[in-house]
Design a protein around this ligand. Structure first.
Ligand SMILES: [Zn+2]
Ligand SMILES: [Zn+2]
Length: 135
């Protein structure tokens, strides 16, 4: 399974299916995604490799975090996979995959910390693309 950033300069591959897929609603994940939650897959570091642009991959470690860090493209700012502190898992933002990662989210973590404005997406009106403009 392959993935990349928005500008396409960084590419990676994962040879084996990830172990876990979950949504994390913690305050750090809200900050790093700029959104309600992070959709992350957890994979064996041995099955992960950078194919292109590894020199453009940035990393930020939150000083007091046990596992949390972030990965991003220095050119376009997209979130990218990062090795958890301790090195046991590589955490892959689901949106960075270019194809179906082969598993589905299993749970919400840090639900107690979810954004106060979060609404279940399925409870909102759905449009195939943008809604038609009202003139
Ligand atoms: Zn990029
Ligand atoms: Zn989180």
């Amino acid at each position: 399974m392959k993935g990349s950033c928005l500008c396409g300069k960084v590419r990676f591959s994962l040879d084996q299916k990830a172990k876990l897929f979950q949504y994390c609603h913690c305050s750090r994940c809200q900050k790093i995604t700029g959104s309600a939650f992070a959709a992350n897959l957890y994979a064996d570091p041995a099955s992960f490799k950078w194919l292109e642009g590894e020199e453009l991959v940035g990393r930020y470690e939150v000083p007091d975090a046990k596992y949390f860090a972030t990965g991003f493209c220095k050119n376009c700012g997209s979130s990218l996979p990062w090795l958890a502190k301790g090195g046991r898992s590589v955490v892959i933002p689901a949106g960075s995959f270019d194809e179906d990662p082969g598993l589905r989210p299993k749970q919400n973590t840090f639900w107690a910390d979810k954004a106060c404005w979060y609404e279940e997406p399925a409870s909102l009106p759905c449009y195939k693309a943008l809604p038609e403009r009202k003139s």
